[in-house]
Design a protein around this ligand. Structure first.
Ligand SMILES: Cc1ncc(COP(=O)(O)O)c(C=O)c1O
Length: 392
C-alpha cells in the first residue's frame, strides 16, 4: 500500500519516551511537570454552570452556517470588545480548534510548496499542520537578551533582518504566537508596527495566535490584541476555548479577520467556502459559547493564580542552584536553563531517572541545555518534582 509522503512521519520512540514507557510499565512514580491539560490539573470546573448551556433546544437544530451561528460569533465579538477591539461578526469564522483554524488559513493562502514564516523557538504543532497542508515552514529567530527586559519588559525580540531575508516569492504569511509558546513573550508596539508594515508591503498575511493572550504574568499588564488596529496588512487573529476558557474538550476556536478593503472581502469570501466545505463546528457547543465566554474569568483566575504560585516556588527552588529561568511575560510554560548533561546523560533523561518528567527544549527549537515545564502542574506534583530535579 502506498501512503502520502505527507504522512511519512518518523514514528519511532525517542530515548525519553522509551524511558517513560519503561518506567510506567514497572510502576515507577512519575512527577509530571509537563501537564498542560487544564481539565486534569485540579481546577474547580463547575458542572452545574458549564453543562446546562449545552442542553438547550437550539442544540437540536442544524443551521449550516459556514462561519458559525451568529449568536456564537456575537459572543466572540463581545470577547474582543472586552479587549477594546470591535470585530464585526461577518469577520469572525468559528472552527473546532486553533489547529483547524491554521489549516483553513494555510489552505486559503498557500499552494503546495508555498512558504510560511514561523518563529523559533515555537510550539511543535505547526510542523504537523504545515506538512499536512503541503506548506513549507521557514523559521525566523527570536533573540533572547535578559538585560533588555529591565529596560523594556521584553527580553525576547524578533530578528527582523533574518525574517526579511527569509521572504521569497513563495512566502505567503508570517505566523506570530502572541504570547509565544514556550517562551511566553508578547511583541512590543514597535515590533507590531514593523510586522504590519512588512506584511502590507510584501503582500503577506499576518497570522497571530493569541490563545494565551489573557494569561499575562503581571497583574497590571494589559496585552493588546492584534484584533485592534487598522493596519494595511491582511491579519487573522486566532484564539479559542482550549485556553481562553480552559475547555479544550469542547473544541471551539475562531479566526477574527481584519485588513484593507482591497483584500479583506475576497479573503473572507474564499475562507467561507473553505469553512462551508467542512461545517465542522457542532450546534451544542455554539449554543453554549456565549455563556462560557461570559464566565471565562472563573477558570482564568484559578489558572493565573496557579501559574503565579508555581512560578514563585520555581524561582525559590532555582536560587543557588545550577539552573535559572528565562524571563517570562505570559502563558502557561516556563523555560529553564539547566546543565546539558548529568553524569553523561541528557538532562531530561537524568530527571526521569529520578521520577521527574520535563520536556527537552529541543522539542521547541530551543538550544541544548534548556527544558520546558508547565506552570499548570498541580501544587503537590510541582513542589515534589522541583525538589527532585537534578539541579543541585
Ligand atoms: C500556541 C498554541 N496554539 C494553538 C494550540 C492548539 O490549540 P487548540 O486546542 O485550539 O487546537 C496550542 C496548544 O497548546 C498552542 O500552544
Amino acid at each position: 500500500m502506498r501512503f502520502s509522503a505527507r504522512t511519512g512521519w518518523e514514528l519511532g520512540e525517542n530515548m525519553l519516551t522509551a524511558k517513560l514507557r519503561e518506567r510506567r510499565a514497572h510502576g515507577g512514580e512519575i512527577l509530571d511537570l509537563t501537564a498542560s491539560n487544564p481539565t486534569a490539573c485540579g481546577f474547580a470546573y463547575e458542572p452545574e454552570v458549564l453543562l446546562p448551556p449545552l442542553a438547550v433546544p437550539a442544540a437540536l437544530e442544524y443551521e449550516p452556517e459556514p462561519f458559525g451561528l451568529e449568536r456564537a460569533r456575537t459572543a466572540v465579538r463581545e470577547y474582543y470588545r472586552d479587549h477594546g477591539a470591535d470585530v464585526p461578526v461577518d469577520r469572525i469564522c468559528l472552527t473546532t480548534s486553533t489547529s483547524e483554524a491554521y489549516s483553513y488559513l494555510f489552505r486559503l493562502l498557500c499552494d503546495p510548496g508555498d512558504e510560511v514564516l514561523i518563529a523559533r523557538p515555537s510550539y511543535p504543532l505547526f510542523d504537523f499542520i504545515a506538512r499536512l497542508d503541503s506548506v513549507v515552514l521557514r523559521e525566523y529567530p527570536l533573540r533572547y537578551d535578559p538585560g533588555a527586559s529591565a529596560a523594556s519588559a521584553h527580553a525576547w525580540t524578533i530578528d527582523f533582518e533574518t525574517l526579511r531575508g527569509a521572504i521569497n516569492a513563495r512566502t505567503r504569511a508570517i505566523v506570530l504566537v502572541h504570547p509565544n509558546n514556550p517562551t511566553g513573550n508578547y511583541v512590543s508596539d514597535a515590533e507590531r508596527e514593523e510586522l504590519e508594515t512588512l506584511c502590507a508591503r510584501q503582500e503577506l498575511a499576518l497570522i497571530v495566535d493569541e490563545v494565551f493572550l489573557d494569561y499575562a504574568i503581571r497583574a497590571d499588564a494589559k496585552p493588546r490584541t492584534f484584533a485592534l488596529g487598522n493596519g494595511d496588512a491582511l491579519c487573522f487573529v486566532l484564539s479559542g476555548l482550549s485556553k481562553v476558557c480552559a475547555l479544550p474538550q469542547m473544541k471551539l476556536s475562531w479566526i477574527a479577520a481584519r485588513g484593507p478593503e482591497n483584500m479583506l472581502p475576497e479573503a473572507l469570501a474564499r475562507l467561507e467556502v473553505v469553512a462551508d466545505t467542512f461545517l465542522s463546528v457542532n450546534a451544542p457547543t455554539q449554543a453554549a459559547l456565549p455563556s462560557w465566554l461570559s464566565r471565562r474569568h472563573r477558570l482564568q483566575d484559578q489558572i493565573r493564580e496557579r501559574v503565579r504560585r508555581n512560578l514563585a516556588l520555581l524561582d525559590a527552588r532555582l536560587r543557588g542552584s545550577h539552573a535559572d529561568r528565562i524571563a517570562l511575560e505570559g502563558g502557561w510554560t516556563a523555560v529553564l536553563r539547566v546543565p546539558r548533561e548529568i553524569q553523561g546523560q541528557p538532562f531530561a533523561e537524568a530527571a526521569l531517572d529520578r521520577g521527574v518528567l520535563v520536556q527537552p527544549g529541543e522539542f521547541y527549537g530551543l538550544p541544548e541545555g534548556r527544558i520546558v515545564v508547565s506552570l499548570l502542574s498541580p501544587p503537590d506534583v510541582w513542589e515534589h518534582g522541583l525538589k527532585l530535579l537534578p539541579i543541585g
